[in-house]
Ligand binder design. Structure first.
Ligand code: ADP
Ligand code: MG
Length: 476
């Protein structure tokens, strides 16, 4: 006869199965073994501490609901954690490490010769002595729209870019200014637009240039006394993409020449696409007349991608490169690296490199070790919100209660703990912390910190809570 706890867990799995993806189910629920059921407490065995933490982090609500459904409102879940054993039988994954540095890659297929009279206009892209008249668009084929994952963080910029690509010079988005912090995809998106235009309108001359290169070419043209060629060359372009225009700051002469080129292109219905690390209003060191032109079209920002988008980006990259990684590893990376896409990709590449060099399987353990090193270098700070979320999950309290003014005992204690962690793990002031935690003042926060410290000295169980919470909060 089947044991009761096995039956209960089987019913739970039925419910869970309908609520998570089959991959997650495989990764996070199949390895679980039910071990006992007594007094409405179902004990399940999980393979590791991290496994348990991940469940608590991601599936706690689902688990709670499921247990309540199966065992009634009194039902509870307890974990038994298997200590790590040494005979690791998992077999290594094979991975392919991309060998080309994509940043340096130029795709000859997007290079288009343009008609210029070699004798009258010098092409600043051509190294003297190398007699070559083709102007390459300088586009990187990898930075296509297909490879650019859409998310809430980039929807406006992406769709504006797409509109521009389908009607260069023919939309209100001229110039299109894409702005945002480092590593959020400005360069990628700018290339995507260029690539799409080359596909749709092969006769248009598209040119991508960084603002540094533009500046350097201009300086060279002044030195060689052929500024006119420089200007004329740029005035012939149909779609001009200039990356990181913030570097024009303080460079009056370059701004001047760019101003004239800009005007000419704009007046003749050519498309201009710019990127910058800030919105136009915050750009410093620019001539007013140029700044005001930046605002003629559309300024669209790129923001930090959320968790789902980060996962989608990693999956896309892996898919494109033909690499297979366990879902749990992907989720772990996406969960840990929150700053920007470049760092996310960097972490992924380090992980792949480590695994291929050491011939080790890419497991969650390896990812954890690597990320710990990786993330420490980027010095991130947990947020008060995150601390509150973890504490509330842990004590099974709705976060709204913790943020409210209620004086219910269990809420007060959880709130004090959240305050304690906010004080020790963030640089927020006592006043800020108080504000986040039910609108309390700084004295209350100080009192909370003292109380928690005292309790830790005197109450072993309480100390245990704090240690566990500490691990959960720092794991992120
Ligand atoms: P920025 O120019 O804003 O500093 P990049 O365009 O160089 O950022 O992007 C950094 C890296 O992240 C690139 O390898 C790029 O392909 C990738 N990336 C950024 N955003 C996305 C996205 N939405 N989808 C896929 N890859 C992205
Ligand atoms: Mg860039």
């Amino acid at each position: 006869m089947e044991k009761a706890f096995v039956k209960v867990w089987e019913s739970c799995l039925e419910i869970i199965k309908d609520n998570v993806s089959s991959q997650s189910f495989k990764t996070w629920f199949e390895p679980i073994k039910p071990v006992k059921l007594s007094n409405n407490v179902l004990t399940i065995q999980v393979p590791s501490q991290f496994f348990y933490e991940w469940l608590e982090e991601h599936y706690i609500t689902l688990l709670k609901k499921t247990i309540k459904k199966e065992l009634g409102t009194e039902g509870r879940l307890e974990y038994s954690i298997v200590m790590e054993n040494s005979h690791n039988a998992s077999k290594p994954y094979t991975v392919k490490i991309p060998t080309t540095n994509k940043k340096e890659l130029k795709n000859p297929s997007v290079a288009m010769p343009i008609d210029i009279n070699q004798n009258t206009i010098r092409n600043p892209f051509i190294i003297p002595g190398l007699k070559k008249v083709n102007v390459e668009s300088q586009l990187n084929a990898n930075y296509s729209f297909e490879n650019f994952v859409e998310g809430d963080c980039n929807r406006l910029a992406r769709s504006a870019g797409f509109a521009v690509a389908n009607k260069p010079g023919g939309t209100a988005f001229n110039p299109l200014l894409i702005y945002g912090g480092v590593g959020l995809g400005k360069t990628h998106l700018a290339h995507s637009i260029g690539i799409q235009i080359k596909n749709e309108f092969p006769n248009k001359t598209v040119l991508y240039v960084s603002s540094e290169k533009f500046t350097q070419q201009y300086i060279d043209s002044v030195r060689n006394n052929n500024q006119n060629d420089f200007v004329h060359f740029y005035q012939m372009i149909d779609v001009l993409i200039i990356d990181d225009v913030q570097y024009f700051a303080g460079k009056e002469k370059t701004q001047d020449v760019f101003f004239h080129i800009f005007n000419h292109l704009h007046q003749t219905g050519k498309q201009i696409i710019l990127t910058a690390d800030k919105p136009p209003v915050e750009l410093q060191g620019f001539e007013q007349r140029l700044l005001s032109r930046f605002k003629w079209g559309l300024a669209a920002d790129l923001q930090t991608p959320g968790l789902e988008t980060r996962i989608a980006i990693l999956e896309k990259k892996l898919y494109t490169d033909g690499i297979d990684l366990p879902k749990e590893v992907i989720e772990y990376l996406a969960y840990s690296i929150t700053t920007n896409v470049r760092e996310l990709e960097g972490a992924l590449i380090s992980l792949l490199a480590q695994s291929s060099m050491n011939k080790k399987a890419i497991t969650l353990e390896l990812a954890k070790q690597m990320i710990d090193k990786f993330v420490k270098n980027t010095a991130r700070e947990v947020s008060i919100d995150y601390i509150q979320k973890v504490v509330c999950d842990y004590f099974d309290l709705p976060i709204e209660l913790l943020k409210s003014k209620t004086r219910k005992r269990e809420v007060v204690q959880a709130r004090q703990i959240a305050m304690y962690f906010a004080k020790s793990m963030t640089k927020s002031s006592l006043a800020t912390i108080g504000l986040h935690c039910g609108g309390k003042d700084h004295a209350t926060v100080l009192h909370a910190c003292r109380t928690v410290n005292n309790l830790m000295d005197t109450d072993k169980r309480f100390k245990n809570y704090i240690d566990e919470l500490n691990k959960k909060i720092s794991i992120q």
